[in-house]
Design a protein around this ligand. Structure first.
Ligand SMILES: C[S@@+](CC[C@H](N)C(=O)[O-])C[C@H]1O[C@@H](n2cnc3c(N)ncnc32)[C@H](O)[C@@H]1O
Length: 250
């Protein structure tokens, strides 16, 4: 990924911080599911917790409630997302702008590192996971949800049917996930099928989230091609979100 692409990702999320919650039904649902997994994990009192890509704080608020005694460090690459998160969660946590795949300026030794639907934006997921795993205390856990290979398969198929190339990034599956070497890792999967009024509604939702940046090198469709694509999806469109729930134990 070029710095330009990363800047576009940061700018898109920064611009959408105010409207994000209105568009984020799936993200809320997945944050709830991840919080349930975290609450069921053998974490003890989890004295130190780090969240990566906290956004407006869907997962953060649940972490703050579930671990009232813990030191929370909430981070995101976009400062305005972090500001929204602070207004939701309050002054107890520490807030820090951090690129999660280059987690510099953090003390380390976390009992829990959590992240909901941010890792799919990493340039180098393998290296990013390695760096985060190195911040775990002995016995600490990195618990996350990220997008998997089948995400938006219907959108890809609609492009393919018309001979168009699709800008949805390529996500890993459970079978080729880039786990850090030498760690205990496990994964579970879930597919959430989210209905939209039509293709316009789907595109509007992604843009509303700040999640419209296509795969590296993708050439946008012409206006005419986009019209044909959207016309093919009139009368209802369902998009699959393939969610990978992963866990790394130090
Ligand atoms: C889809 S939102 C998810 C936000 C939140 N975790 C939630 O569940 O609603 C993705 C978030 O990841 C952040 N993000 C993207 N790339 C990141 C990176 N390299 N490091 C940290 N955060 C990143 C974005 O700014 C955005 O807030």
């Amino acid at each position: 990924m070029t710095p330009d692409r990363k800047n576009r990702i940061v700018n898109a999320f920064s611009r959408r911080a105010g409207g994000y919650d209105m568009a984020a039904d799936v993200q809320w649902l997945v944050a709830r599911r991840l919080a349930e997994r975290i609450e069921a994990a053998p974490l003890g009192r989890a004295g130190r917790i780090l969240e990566i890509g906290c956004g407006t704080g869907f997962l953060s608020a649940q972490l703050a409630d579930a671990f009232p005694e813990s030191g929370l460090v909430l981070t995101d690459i976009a400062a305005s997302m972090l500001a929204r998160c602070r207004s939701r969660v309050g002054e107890r946590p520490r807030y820090q702008v951090v690129d999660g795949e280059r987690p510099e300026g953090l003390d380390g030794q976390f009992d829990l590192i959590a992240s909901n639907l941010a890792f799919q934006w990493f340039v180098d997921l393998a290296r990013g996971l390695e760096r985060l795993a190195a911040l775990l205390a002995p016995g600490g856990r990195l618990m996350f949800a990220t997008l998997g290979r089948e995400t938006f398969s219907e959108w890809r198929a609609a492009h393919q049917a018309l001979g168009f190339s699709c800008g949805t990034p390529l996500y890993p599956g459970a079978d080729d996930f880039p786990w850090p070497a030498g760690m205990v890792c496990q994964m579970e999967e879930e597919v959430i099928r989210q209905p939209y009024a039509d293709g316009h509604d789907f595109v509007r939702t992604l843009k509303g989230l700040g999640a419209g940046e296509p795969a590296p090198g993708h050439q946008p469709l012409s206006a005419g091609a986009m019209r044909r694509l959207l016309a093919s999806l009139e009368g209802g469109f369902t998009a699959s979100y393939h969610i990978l729930f992963g866990e790394i134990v130090a």
